[in-house]
Ligand binder design. Sequence first.
Ligand SMILES: Nc1ncnc2c1ncn2[C@@H]1O[C@H](COP(=O)(O)OP(=O)(O)O)[C@@H](O)[C@H]1O
Ligand SMILES: [Mg+2]
Length: 255
Amino acid sequence: MPALTTRAPRKQPPARPVQAKVVVPHRSPKRYYGHGVPGVDPASLSGKLIVVEGADGSGRSTQIARLVQWLEAGGHATVQVGLKRSMLVAEELEQAQQGNILSRITLSLFYATDFADQLENVILPALKAGFMVLADRYIYTLMVRDMVRGMDEEWLQNLYGLALVPDAVFYLNVAPEQLIQRNFAKNLALDYWESGMDLGLSRDMFDSFLKYQSLVEQQFKRIQSTYGFTIVDGHRSVEEISAELQKQIASVLEK
Ligand SMILES: Nc1ncnc2c1ncn2[C@@H]1O[C@H](COP(=O)(O)OP(=O)(O)O)[C@@H](O)[C@H]1O
Ligand SMILES: [Mg+2]
């Protein structure tokens, strides 16, 4: 079995200890979205895959750090994955993005490779071994970003047909204006790609960020029912959001 290693998640805030509640997970039927990964039977996967989606600054890292504390206190081993964390291409992808000259298809396939590597070498082996896998973003962000850039939905569905259907997907919904405040407070800057600067929506980065994030949000809401996300109001306090996630995950663990 390949080593359960992944690149360290970046910029994680410290998690606060939370009340433990031991829940014994049951094995629930798993399936792939499409063709899946050859040789890995979803029925052999006993762990749970929990996905937290949301824009930059929506609070994903904050919530995942708290979930890890809570799950581990409850006796569950956890593994974390996220975009640009594969051992295979994460560094190369980061480097390529510095140049801002990637075509949308090359960028899309780069991210798909990063995802496929983590799926095969981290997510599936961890689930097989009964781990709780927490994904800081999954194929939805990748698909939505590409759809905003006008790529064909069917082509994307086929590309990500290798993905496993998660046990739960939470989308932290935060208004773009609020995201700007949080990203500025945290990083003193906005990210080129997260502002959609490659799309030429506006030469002003703030304006572009607002427009781009609204487009992303629209796409997320459009595909929500197809992929069964739970939309979580991310404007509330860290504690309130955390309590909601824990409640919902507790019911997933009992399934
Ligand atoms: N519910 C919240 N309310 C206010 N600020 C928050 C909340 N959740 C996270 N933050 C803050 O917003 C910033 C971005 O949070 P982070 O968890 O890093 O988001 P992401 O990983 O989605 O980019 C951090 O400075 C964090 O402390
Ligand atoms: Mg983060």
